[in-house]
Design a binder for this molecule. Structure first.
Ligand code: FE2
Length: 336
């Protein structure tokens, strides 16, 4: 039977057509949702008695073991309302520490092989959680659209893009979370590059060679007009895509006007010339209108994405912005 990747796992769960809060994803399905494994053979789901009865009426489940029931070769259910869980991308997923305890107590080779993967995941998660707290504190006074929530969105986008791509996910997570803590627009010129990211990671005993990799990713991520570079690592490509995607769509529109207001830029002046080919000096030092920003940056971004998933999301967001601009001009001219 063909194994299913993360997208297919999510589709299988949605196909069940039961409230997501009524089941907990266990075992390999849970590992795929967390990005620990690339694919799973089937889905094991824990449900309570009431949900089991609901499912049994709908699907006529086949009894397999003491509390285990089978729907087909894709789904198995266990009646168990004692499973601890946490929320991962809107799904209830078995608590990772509880799962590790189970793996440690199991004699099966398959379970033993998963132990180092789960331990690595826990280690990464602990550092990611500390980094989240650090960036939240770091950006606590920023309202320019370059705030903590921008970082959080970039992290979530980067995480989503990274699934099903072979990459060093820990680098993707940490670089996306730290990509703006040394940004020129926020902290000005620094004596030592990436001092904030470096200091934070060092304090957390992160290995120097990996700190260097993260700084390398961050150095290639930001948009600098025509001086932008295509990152030379897959992790850099993912983080750059995520950062650029957050400049697009409904969020991108909101950020553009928030940033414009924060920098005393007018919203729109009819007839202002666009500059499509700014280098980084011009990009940072020219006053432009927020509407110009759509043409000089935002509408160019969909053709600058590196990964297929980002291209797909960018196209959706691009179309939304085009529609928005159409509407904007009609309202500006009093036609709507
Ligand atoms: Fe950013």
């Amino acid at each position: 039977m063909k194994r299913v990747n993360r997208k297919e796992v999510i589709k299988l769960l949605n196909d069940l057509k039961i409230d997501k809060n009524k089941y907990i994803v266990l075992s390999s399905g849970a590992l795929v949702l967390r990005g620990i494994l690339d694919d799973a053979g089937d889905l094991d789901l824990a449900v309570d008695e009431e949900t089991f009865n609901e499912l049994n009426k709908k699907y006529d489940l086949i009894k397999r073991g003491s509390n285990w029931y089978r729907l087909n070769d894709r789904y198995e259910f266990v009646i168990d309302d004692s499973v601890k869980y946490e929320n991962i991308d809107s799904f209830n997923v078995q608590d990772i520490h509880e799962y590790l305890d189970y793996l440690n107590s199991s004699d099966r080779l398959k379970d033993k092989e998963r132990i180092p993967l789960v331990k690595d995941y826990i280690k990464t998660s602990d550092l990611v959680n500390k980094t989240l707290l650090y960036v939240e504190e770091f950006f606590s006074n920023d309202f320019s659209g370059h705030d903590f929530y921008h970082t959080l969105r970039v992290y979530n986008l980067a995480r989503n893009i990274s699934y099903n791509i072979e990459c060093d996910r820990e680098l993707v997570y940490l670089a996306s979370l730290l990509h703006d803590v040394d940004d020129y627009k926020l902290v000005g010129k620094q004596e030592e590059r990436f001092i904030n990211a470096k200091t934070f990671l060092k304090k957390n005993n992160y290995p120097q060679d990996r700190i260097d990799m993260i700084c390398h990713i961050i150095s290639q991520v930001s948009f600098k007009g025509s001086d932008s570079v295509t990152p030379d690592t897959i992790e850099g490509k993912i983080v750059q895509d995520a950062d650029r995607l957050d400049a697009l769509g409904a969020i991108g529109i909101a950020r553009t006007f928030a940033f414009g207001g924060n920098h005393n830029s007018p919203m729109h002046i009819p007839g202002t010339k666009f500059n499509f080919n700014m280098n980084s000096d011009e990009y940072y030092n020219t006053t432009r209108t927020s509407i110009n920003h759509f043409y000089e940056k935002l509408l160019l971004l969909k053709d600058m994405m590196n990964t297929d998933e980002a291209k797909r999301i960018a196209l959706h967001r691009h179309k939304y912005m085009e529609k928005y601009l159409e509407e904007f001009y009609k309202e500006w001219d009093g036609l709507l």
